[in-house]
Design a protein around this ligand. Structure first.
Ligand code: SAM
Ligand code: SF4
Length: 328
């Protein structure tokens, strides 16, 4: 699948649920309303749609959410998607907050998952609880080390926030180095209403990178994982650091991704509202050919890029839906 701007679309992210057991302050409001469960695609419907994408050239699938591992029986979906590895699909991964990993890590590895992105915005237990409004860091750390023990490669994701965790990046680099994890720092994006001003939290990665160079030697790396992160090798730890910079450096020109929500809505861009609905088609008994034609038609509408802006004068979010709906 090639979009109108000549970009091959080979990467599908699937938000398997909009629900989450945490309420990270930058991601959700405290009193989030979640979708009624009847609106969700079943795991079988999700699997069928993913199959159609794979037949059309999707090489990489990432399950995300919300928190993907709080969806009941989601490991069943991972197992059935895992069967497609080597049959068109090259990689199956998840982005998770880690709270359920102690339970599921071994099954994920057995299903063919080799790598996980795990979100951890602070190593300080009290700060972690504040940031997530309820999380217990020990549970997440147990999950992270269970994933490591199961043989999964780990990238820790942290959203860089001014006045929140900006004093921790040096210690996080050290901690990741010690345990053999890569680290990725992400700029906050204006998606959905939260309970604070995004402009208060926004920290450009260009500023962070300048500060990190005081203590670490960042060497250019051409490592790519098929996503938007740009990587550097950290000479002192031997691990990588990635930066996701949707705000300071637009990553759209090399975009290879589209995103499917748990209700069967396909968003062709994280930062735009145009979408295509697959649930009515699935429930009307569409054939595989009809599903594939609908996917191709949607890709033909993929826009050039997002137009996120974060500033004091424009505090309405760039897009109204939360990252947890579209899938980060
Ligand atoms: N619950 C899982 C987790 O936290 O990893 C998966 C879903 S979460 C929406 C995926 C990623 O999006 C996480 O790394 C999270 O930190 C990030 N994220 C959420 N809201 C964001 C925002 N407004 N700007 C930037 N990143 C955001
Ligand atoms: Fe949940 Fe992930 Fe959003 Fe945090 S970032 S509230 S863990 S979906």
């Amino acid at each position: 699948m090639i979009d109108p701007f000549g970009r091959p679309i080979t990467y599908l992210r699937v938000s398997v649920t909009d629900r989450c057991d945490l309420r990270c302050t930058y991601c959700m409001a405290e009193d989030m309303t979640f979708l009624p469960k009847r609106e969700l695609l079943t795991l079988e419907e999700l699997d069928r749609l993913c199959g159609a994408f794979i037949r059309l050239g999707t090489k990489k699938l990432r399950l995300t959410g919300g928190e993907p591992l709080v969806r009941r029986d989601v490991v069943r979906l991972v197992e059935s998607l895992g069967q497609r590895l080597g049959q068109g699909l090259d990689e199956l991964t998840l982005t998770t907050n880690g709270t359920q990993l102690a339970k599921h890590a071994a099954a994920l590895r057995a299903a063919g998952v080799k790598r996980l992105n795990i979100s951890l915005d602070s190593l300080d237990p009290a700060r972690f609880r504040d940031l997530t409004r309820r999380g217990d860091i020990e549970v997440v750390l147990d999950g992270i080390f269970a994933a490591k023990a199961a043989g999964l490669a780990i990238r820790i994701n942290a959203v860089a926030m001014k006045g929140v965790n900006e004093d921790e990046f040096d210690s996080m680099i050290g901690w990741c180095g010690e345990h053999g994890f890569d680290l990725c720092l992400i700029e906050t994006m204006p998606m959905g209403e939260i309970d604070s001003y995004r402009s208060d939290q926004y920290l450009p990665i260009s500023v962070v990178r300048g500060r990190l160079r005081k203590n670490w030697t960042l060497e250019d790396s051409d490592h790519r994982t098929g996503g938007p992160a740009r990587y550097f090798n950290i000479r002192e730890t031997g691990r990588r650091i990635g930066f996701i910079t949707p705000m300071t450096h637009n990553f759209c020109e090399s975009c290879n991704r589209v995103r499917l929500t748990c209700t069967g809505t396909l968003y062709m861009c994280l930062g735009q509202d145009d979408s295509a609905e697959f649930r009515p088609l699935l429930r009307a008994g569409a054939s595989d050919d009809e599903l594939e034609s609908a996917i191709v038609a949607a890709i033909a509408r993929k826009p050039k890029g997002h137009d996120f802006v974060i500033d004091r004068k424009r505090e309405t979010p760039g897009v109204a839906r939360h990252m947890s709906v579209t899938g980060g």
